[in-house]
Design a protein around this ligand. Structure first.
Ligand SMILES: Nc1ncnc2c1ncn2[C@@H]1O[C@H](COP(=O)(O)OP(=O)(O)OP(=O)(O)O)[C@@H](O)[C@H]1O
Ligand SMILES: CC(C)(CO)[C@@H](O)C(=O)[O-]
Ligand code: BAL
Length: 286
């Protein structure tokens, strides 16, 4: 496995791969890897000859009061896990390597960057779309794999790739969960034991919504059901519960008549947990 601290190292690696007639899959991450990330790597390996993982805690997607400084990091452990998962190369640049003297150009998807998580985290998605564009330009992969856990991020990247004619395929991968249903996340390690126990309320609420959705209920009833389930987690502060069109993320009202995504954001102490599930009435899923 080749470690690439610079953009030039990656370009040399990719050029050699292409000379050998092989394709390249990219898995962008912020490190502190878990089984969710490794399953994205395996998905990338099913669709490409060589998998490159990037590890970069991107400062431009963190707000001033967010957890950039305390974001969990363990590069040695990450590299050992990636070696075991047959990754061909790891791009792990410094902030200086990535941004030079700062940079002045941003990529933005305005219809998707200000809503939902973007309303809670101003500038977050502008940072994501800009750094993902930079990663795509540096690596020039044939495909890239992203997790459905970050549903809005995946929708935004798909839109950006379509709008800017980027010539790679975007593959979404289902959320990998702990045994009790909690979506794996690097930030889970920062939950207290009590908060960790209560955090299963998110996946329970989503399962309740999924079951209830089968009978094509009113969205307002689904909303009450989900909020009722989340209230079981007395330590959690519910930041948002949203029901959106599963494809466009447009708001939904009235009765559930098409596939919808339920998007949850719940804060436990300083840790913001998100989770999502696509739900549909039985008549559609049959
Ligand atoms: N549980 C999971 N299942 C599948 N994919 C995941 C999971 N968690 C993260 N990913 C995906 O891995 C990629 C890198 O995400 P990231 O490094 O931010 O991990 P993370 O665990 O989501 O961290 P955090 O939520 O604490 O920022 C993203 O495409 C993300 O959607
Ligand atoms: C896509 C990403 C690696 C961009 O920094 C990040 O937002 C993430 O880890 O989901
Ligand atoms: N996976 C989302 C990255 C972030 O929270 O900044």
């Amino acid at each position: 496995m080749q470690i690439c601290p610079t953009k030039q190292d990656v370009r040399i690696f990719v050029a050699a791969t292409r000379r050998g007639g092989m394709t390249v899959g990219l898995v962008p991450t912020m490190g502190y890897l878990h089984e969710g990330h490794l399953s994205l790597v395996r998905e990338a390996a099913r669709h490409s000859d060589k998998v490159i993982v990037s590890i970069f805690v991107n400062p431009t997607q963190f707000g001033a009061n967010e957890d950039l400084a305390s974001y969990p990091r363990d590069p040695d452990r990450d590299l050992a896990l990636l070696e075991e998962t047959n990754v061909a190369a790891v791009f792990m640049p410094s902030v200086e390597e990535m941004y030079g003297d700062g940079g002045d150009t941003y990529v933005e998807v305005p219809s998707l960057s200000g809503i939902l998580q973007g309303a809670l985290r101003p500038d977050h998605f502008r940072g994501v779309s800009t750094v993902v564009t930079k990663l795509f330009n540096i690596v020039q992969p044939d495909l890239a794999v992203f997790g459905e856990k970050d549903y809005q991020q995946l929708a935004l990247i798909r839109q950006m790739v379509r709008d800017l004619d980027m010539s790679l395929k975007i593959i979404g991968h289902p959320t990998v969960r702990e045994a009790d249903g909690l979506a794996m996340s690097s930030r889970n390690v920062r939950l207290t034991a009590a908060d960790r126990a209560q955090a299963i309320a998110l996946s329970r609420a989503l399962s309740a919504a999924e079951d209830c959705a089968k009978t094509a209920p009113m969205i307002s009833d689904l909303d009450n059901l989900v909020r009722g389930q989340l209230a079981e987690a007395s330590n959690g502060k519910v930041e948002s519960v949203d029901f959106r069109d599963a494809l466009t993320l447009a708001p939904l009202e009235g009765r559930l008549v098409r596939p919808a995504v339920v998007l949850l954001a719940v804060r436990f102490g300083k840790v913001l947990l998100i989770d999502q599930r696509v739900i549909a009435p039985d008549v559609l899923s049959a």
